[in-house]
Design a protein around this ligand. Sequence first.
Ligand code: GLV
Length: 391
Amino acid sequence: MSSLTIPPPAALLRPLEVPNRYLFGPGPSNVPPRVLAAGGRPIIGHLHPEMYEIMNDIKKGIQYIFQTENNMTISMSGSGHAAMECAVFNTVEPGESVLVAVNGIWGERVAEIAERMGANVHRMVKTPGQLFSNTEIEQAMAKHKPVLFFLTHGESSAGLCHPMDGIGDICQKHNCLFLVDTVASMGAAPIFMDSQKIDILYTGSQKALNSPPGTAPISFNERACDKMFNRKTKPVSYLLDMTHLSNYWVHYHQLCSVYHHTGPVSGFFSLRESLAILAEKGLEESWRQHKELAAYLYKGLEDLGLTLFIRDKDLRLPSVTTIAIPKGYNWRELLVYMMKNHNMEMTGGLGPSIGMVMRIGLMGYNCKKSNADMALHALADALKNCKKSKV
Ligand code: GLV
């Protein structure tokens, strides 16, 4: 007689089923077969020499896409949120002042993360899609004297690509670190970590990089390293402590296989492959393709009578396009219709933009005219078939 009181779950005795979908939302996006195949390669040990070679290739790929020479360049074992927490936990100590630009969900997240670790958080708040001028940023910095200033480059909840020029200089003048989120924009819109004087930059694997979710490139310059390696208190997270992560990623030659945590071996294979694809294509070509396809999509959306949420086309995020919810329609019904009838994901807003926008993401592997045509066709069909209210 079995000693088990819990039987094997019936669900697990059935084969895994995963549908094939058009992932035309803000991410994850569809993953190219080459990247999927890389993730399916045999597992090796996370501390084997071949793995360090692969991690070194990843580091070089991140330096390329970030346009940085920073030695302290790694990938987190975790999603963009892990990178976000790593940046804040390592560079800020409890009680220190942090300034956060909030014009969508990502600023809200960073503010909450910084509050949870005991920072003194100051929010500059605007409605989704609005910009912060350099003057406003400098005034807030002079007032709050933060050690860290956070700004989102590609605000996926609003479809905004925030200008970066001059902000790094302001941060340096006020002895403040400049932290930038490029999860939704990396590879799709230009950003230059070193020349724009960004001290800490991170992204995620699952957007224009087209890797599976679960790894997140991040880089720290010398100013950031100075601050985080000369702190009085230990960071609140052991997993995200850069003292350990730098031994794992950057100083492993000296220390030779120091165990900290077991990195996501298959995720790193995929990430290396997606960085290789971007290196082969070239960053500037990738930016050009995203911009060109976005312009094509904008025209198609306007031809359908839809209104783009970000009015100034130069401020639109090329990877994620936001549409004002068409008058009289229930946006949830439109999304459900497209999923059901076209097997296609688009999404509504996120955080403060919920109820304001619908979002279409065409990035990396999905950045193709045929996909834009398919998305426009599905939207036209949904607008025709979903009931419009009388009001
Ligand atoms: C997630 O990254 C989103 O923008 O929905």
